[in-house]
Write a protein that binds this ligand. Structure first.
Ligand SMILES: NC(=O)C1=CN([C@@H]2O[C@H](COP(=O)(O)OP(=O)(O)OC[C@H]3O[C@@H](n4cnc5c(N)ncnc54)[C@H](OP(=O)(O)O)[C@@H]3O)[C@@H](O)[C@H]2O)C=CC1
Ligand SMILES: C[C@H]1O[C@H](OP(=O)(O)OP(=O)(O)OC[C@H]2O[C@@H](n3cnc4c(=O)[nH]c(N)nc43)[C@H](O)[C@@H]2O)[C@@H](O)[C@@H](O)C1=O
Length: 362
């Protein structure tokens, strides 16, 4: 990419899209375009066609998607498969029709089988059944990989698919119903600490920034305590706070700082072409995507303890077995990425600290 190449970042206000913009700007790219969801609904085929024919971007980062944690994926199954298929079909097809030079499609490591051998190599894709809770989302993401791969093979396009592990960072989603585990635990443990300290100013500030289910900072203490308890943050009679952890706490997850993820995306966009993702003598070209992760994981229970220490929460945890565990373990094999010359730089301890600072607005 040249510094003045026209680059479209789809999903630029999200966790990954915002980090990609920051990374591109830091590297001196000057011609970045974007649209909010309200300005351009990427599920609208005609609107996406008009946008591409008017703007003619040269490079596309497809970081717009319908995204959420385990319960959101399991609850809004129809929305997750429909929106993701539509967004990627529209963006990839219009990129082809408008001669985009290179596109990066973002999938997810939930594309791999539920009981995949660990760590998961790219070629384990489509070797067994998927995890039920996110099957619709995963099917859409697998379709996205195959869409890019198939256009490359039939039309000679240059589209790269990357499969990130669980991500976290600035502009994450802290909605306790729909978010992923790491931002959810940061917020719940932060609120638990505020409850045990009687810090109602802190609770008011938090709820004014992001109201929960109809309560905000001006709501009565009784209704705040009531709604927080529905989300698993409670104050016991002895003034000890308790925070709920969904599931058993045993599942293992791998976490990558979103700004590392963005750096990997820009690195791959600049350094590799589709042809670099498979051997030149391959008779059947498949599994051309690249995992992005750290290669290290942690149990959810241990993650909660790490966040507890970072925040300085003194209370207790309890586990809600009614909530799903999801995949037991999904650790990426990152040999392919490392061999291309990229490695993450922010470890989980430092990342959680940065994440909490960002959450507090420091
Ligand atoms: N977060 C994670 O842990 C992981 C994410 N990924 C993948 O990374 C990519 C980015 O995810 P992430 O940044 O976390 O997601 P976010 O939810 O933070 O951001 C998604 C962005 O897409 C936009 N968007 C959603 N629907 C539409 C639409 N119909 N039209 C236009 N814009 C839309 C959103 O806008 P708005 O908010 O206005 O709707 C938002 O800006 C996705 O492909 C996701 O699947 C993969 C693995 C893990
Ligand atoms: C990125 C990835 O994200 C999703 O998969 P997931 O990794 O299972 O997502 P998660 O972050 O929501 O949960 C991880 C683990 O953590 C546990 N957990 C504990 N307490 C809370 C909690 O309070 N909130 C949440 N969300 N989870 C919690 C939870 O029960 C689970 O065992 C899919 O969308 C998938 O499609 C995808 O791509």
């Amino acid at each position: 990419m040249k510094k003045d190449s026209k680059i479209y970042v789809a999903g630029h206000r999200g966790l990954v899209g915002s980090a990609i913009i920051k990374n591109l700007e830091a590297k001196g790219f000057t011609n970045i375009i974007h649209r909010t969801h309200a300005q351009l609904d990427l599920t609208d085929t005609n609107a996406v066609a008009s946008f591409f024919s008017q703007e003619k971007p040269e490079y596309v980062f497809l970081a717009a998607a319908k995204v959420g944690g385990i319960v959101a994926n399991n609850t809004y199954r129809g929305e997750f498969i429909y929106a993701n298929l539509m967004i990627q079909n529209n963006v990839v097809h219009q990129s082809y029709r408008n001669q985009v030079k290179k596109l990066m499609f973002l999938g997810s490591t939930c594309i791999y089988p539920k009981n995949c051998p660990q760590p998961m190599k790219e070629n384990y894709l489509l070797t067994d059944v998927l995890e039920y809770t996110n099957e619709p989302y995963a099917i859409a993401k697998i379709a996205g990989i195959k869409l890019c791969e198939s256009y490359n093979l039939q039309y000679g396009t240059n589209y790269i698919s990357v499969m990130p592990t669980n991500l976290y960072g600035p502009n994450d989603n802290f909605d306790l119903e729909k978010s992923h585990v790491l931002p959810a635990l940061i917020r719940k443990i932060h609120l638990g600490k505020a409850l045990e300290n009687g810090d109602w100013d802190g609770i008011e500030k938090d709820l004014n920034r992001l109201p929960i289910k109809g309560i905000d900072g001006s709501s009565s203490k009784a209704s705040i305590l009531n709604v927080l308890s529905e989300f698993g943050v409670t104050l016991e009679d002895n003034d000890t706070a308790k925070v709920e952890i969904w599931g058993s706490g045993k599942p293992m997850r791998e976490f990558l700082w979103s700004e590392d993820m963005a750096d990997a995306c820009v690195f791959l966009m600049e350094q590799i072409d589709f042809t670099d993702t498979h051997p030149s003598d391959a008779k059947e070209i498949r599994n051309t995507h690249i995992n992005i992760g750290t290669g290290t994981d942690i149990s959810i229970a241990d993650l909660a303890v790490l966040i507890k220490k970072t925040i300085g929460f003194k209370g207790e945890f309890f586990f809600d077995a009614e909530k799903p565990d999801g995949t037991v373990k999904k650790l990426t094999n990152v040999e392919k990425l490392n061999a291309l010359g990229w490695k993450h730089s922010v470890n989980l301890e430092a990342g959680v600290r940065r994440m909490y600072d960002w959450y507090l607005g420091r």
